[in-house]
Design a protein around this ligand. Structure first.
Ligand code: NDP
Length: 288
């Protein structure tokens, strides 16, 4: 890795961060492209976030990522927000331009690129989206801006649901996409919307390790072989949802390349260069 007196720092602020693949992915990409940057992970929770953001500015870092639990709170500490981040009230990427911090979110773009990578063009299509948490809202907003015709979001009626109501209204006003919000417990509506969709996307944490036997969809008769089924979860690589769908002949993709491409999008914003995703995929994102 190239390190010099001019090396610019980038980083990740979250807690925990010791499991994160982002430092490996970004530093390898800097090495491959011979860029004079370095990327480090910092274990920072909400109590220290404001000071950490100030420190990032003081150290003149080029940018930083946010992960749990900081994606929402960081919006208070940046100078500007992208339209997507303004709508969903969260960012995972902050760029420092001479002391002016701009926050945006690349999770949704990462998902859309992963869909494209898997061979699916979602433009003009209908999606059923399970969940209204951080990952779900990022996908929802990006997909609505990227030209899906309709998105039906399902969540249990709780605080996430209430927050989503305002976001759904904003997206219906600001995009051409028709966005609906339904109660996840209304099984008939869920089945109807899935049957009418091109793609079903799980953006809840249900099915994530260690609870790999869990799945929101209980009855696999809802899957027909025309339906594409995706999951944002990457651990395990094949969730129970994806297994069930595959057994019924559906084409599927998991959350691994969403993780890769959200990083690649941040990388592009900060460096102006395309991340060498082919090499990074082979090294860190094996689907085996
Ligand atoms: P949040 O906590 O923000 O959201 C969790 C979502 O899951 C909420 O909609 C929540 O709904 C729902 N949920 C949790 N438990 C249940 C349940 N038993 N029944 C129904 N719904 C449930 O988390 P994130 O959005 O940050 O993360 C969600 C998943 O996405 C995680 O598995 C994470 O690893 C993955 N992820 C993947 C990324 C990638 O790049 N591939 C990026 C970011 C996240 P409620 O609590 O309201 O019921």
């Amino acid at each position: 890795m190239r390190l010099s007196g001019k090396t610019k720092l980038m980083g990740l602020l979250g807690s925990p961060v010791s499991h994160s693949i982002s430092p490996a992915m970004h530093n390898k990409a800097f090495e491959i492209l011979d860029l004079d940057y370095a990327y480090l992970a910092f274990d920072i929770g909400v109590d220290d976030l404001e000071n950490a953001v100030e420190a990032m500015k003081l150290l003149r870092v080029r940018g930083f990522n946010l992960t749990m639990p900081n994606k929402n709170l960081v919006c208070k500490y940046v100078d500007k927000l992208s339209p997507l981040s303004r709508i969903i009230g969260a960012c995972n990427t902050v760029t420092n331009d001479d002391g002016i911090l701009t926050g945006t979110t690349t999770d949704g773009a990462g998902y859309m690129k992963a869909a494209k990578d898997a061979g699916f063009d979602l433009t003009g299509k209908k999606m059923t989206l399970l969940g209204a948490g951080g990952a779900a809202l990022a996908i929802l907003a990006q997909a609505a801006f990227d030209g899906l015709s309709e998105i039906s979001v399902f969540n249990i009626r709780d605080a996430f649901f209430e927050k989503a109501e305002k976001i759904v209204a904003d997206l219906n006003n600001e995009t051409k996409c028709k966005v609906n919000l339904y109660d996840l417990e209304d099984e008939n509506v869920l089945n109807r919307e899935i049957t009418d969709s091109y793609i079903l996307t799980n953006a809840t944490s249900v099915g994530m390790a260690p609870n790999t036997d869990n799945c929101i969809i209980k009855d696999d008769s809802i899957f027909n072989s025309e339906l594409i089924v995706s999951d944002v979860i990457y651990n395990p690589k094949e969730t129970k949802l994806l297994k069930m769908a595959k057994n019924k002949g559906c084409r599927t993709f998991n959350g691994m390349y969403m993780l890769l491409y959200q990083g690649a999008e941040s990388f592009k914003i900060w460096t102006g260069e395309e991340m060498p995703v082919k090499e990074i995929k082979e090294l860190y994102f094996s689907q085996e």
